[in-house]
Design a protein around this ligand. Structure first.
Ligand SMILES: *Cc1c(COP(=O)(O)O)cnc(C)c1O
Length: 395
């Protein structure tokens, strides 16, 4: 037997904050409780049939069984460029300004390897999708966290970033519509980001995973629509949330050509691209009937209203989000995020995600995902009503 020692890289990762919740979940399950899981950011509905049919056809073609081109299938990249034009009126060169990803998480995790030298600083939001920080850490960089606070509508306060830090920073990650806060960005904010990036020479990585999950006529914008944005950064996109395709692993990044090409260079040394049949199905998703997106958004709107109305009724504070399938719920007085999550789970059989799991500034919140059906969401409200919001009530 040899002694196995993990790298400093793995050992230095932030502690996994969901361990305690997972332990409690196992315990509650053993008691035979019917658990309602609002913890998962993964659409519950199947991928629309026309996309599955496109995969089935493409899977039969032996040409698709071989290695794909490393930048992605030209046809997929062209479909992405056409989608950007239709959806955002942004012109992209599919050859130079688009790269196919094995899910956007893959690209987000890899991009720091292209631009971060050991010790370099990246600006990352807190709370935020954990992969930004971890990607930076894996590349040997240091993360400076920009807090997302309610008083700033969950947008980072760029003026609060110390000048010395801004001067050293090489990259910044932002994400709107936002996971986990469900906040959306204004054009004004995106403009500030562009001028900040220009002043300090910072590459902007905008994670746009949720631009298509939006309600009541609200249409999120692409960061690349903003004047100057295309020369300071790139945007990550995914088919996962838009088309219920999280398991398929297909996404893309678009924007400044040198940044896209450097990301492609990292990837060409690590992976060999997404299965071509999946890329062909991705084209069917982007170019096919978009009624499936509308229908999902209608469903999420109804779910959101059931949960928001119910939570308001119970006296909880939560915004009626206009995008993403998350609610960012303030925990009642007297609880930490972890304590409130634990109260809901152990007493009510409801799983939510403690906000501090997304970064220190997420303390005081829990995230609820709208990825379960309406009847179950009504049950959530009834269960919370019956267990109450008071701490310390004995079972
Ligand atoms: C789900 C999610 C992703 C990752 O999506 P994939 O394309 O499936 O890898 C990226 N960013 C955010 C904020 C997400 O919530």
């Amino acid at each position: 037997m040899i002694r196995i020692e993990k790298s400093d890289r793995l050992n230095s990762l932030p502690p996994y904050l969901f361990k305690e919740i997972e332990r409690q979940k196992e315990e509650v399950k053993k008691r035979g409780v019917d658990i309602i899981d609002l913890g998962i950011g993964d659409p519950d509905k199947p991928t629309p049939p026309h996309i599955i049919e496109a995969l089935n056809r493409a899977a039969l073609d032996p040409a698709n069984h071989r290695y794909p081109p490393y930048k992605g299938n030209a046809a997929f990249n062209e479909a992405v460029a056409r989608w950007y034009k239709r959806r955002f009126n942004v012109d992209l060169d599919p050859e130079k300004e688009v790269v196919t990803l094995i899910g956007s998480k893959e690209g987000i995790a890899h991009i720091p390897l292209a631009f971060i030298n050991p010790g370099d600083v990246a600006l990352v939001t807190s709370p935020g999708y954990p992969v930004y920080n971890i990607g930076v850490k894996f590349a040997g960089g240091q993360t400076y966290f920009m807090d997302l606070l309610k008083k700033n509508n969950f947008l980072p306060d760029l003026d609060a970033v110390p000048k010395e830090i801004a001067k050293e920073a090489r990259m910044m990650f932002i994400n709107y519509p936002n996971n986990p806060t469900s906040a959306v960005a204004t054009g004004e904010f995106f403009k500030e980001v562009v001028s900040f990036a220009e002043s300090y020479n910072i590459i902007i990585c905008h994670d746009a995973a949720y631009t298509e999950v939006a309600f009541n006529g609200y249409q999120p914008r692409s960061f690349l629509e903003i004047d100057g944005a295309r020369s300071v950064g790139i945007e990550f996109h995914s088919l996962s949330k838009t088309y219920n395709m999280t398991g398929w692993r297909i996404g893309f990044a678009v924007g400044r050509a040198e940044v896209i090409q450097a990301l492609g260079q990292v990837k060409s040394n690590i992976d060999s691209g997404a299965f071509q049949a999946v890329q062909i199905a991705g084209i069917a998703a982007l170019e096919g009937d978009q009624a499936c997106v509308k229908n999902m958004n209608r469903e999420y709107t109804e779910r959101r209203d059931i949960l928001v109305d119910g939570l308001h009724d119970l006296g909880l504070t939560v915004e009626r989000s206009c995008a993403t399938f998350y609610l960012w719920v303030e925990v009642p007085k007297g609880y930490t995020s972890a304590e409130f999550a634990s109260h809901l789970l152990t007493k009510g059989g409801i799983i939510v995600t403690p906000g501090n799991g997304f970064g220190a500034a997420g303390e005081g919140y829990v995230r609820m995902a709208l990825t379960v059906g309406k009847e179950r969401l009504k049950d959530v409200i009834e269960r919370i009503r019956s267990i109450g919001l008071h701490k310390g009530v004995r079972e």
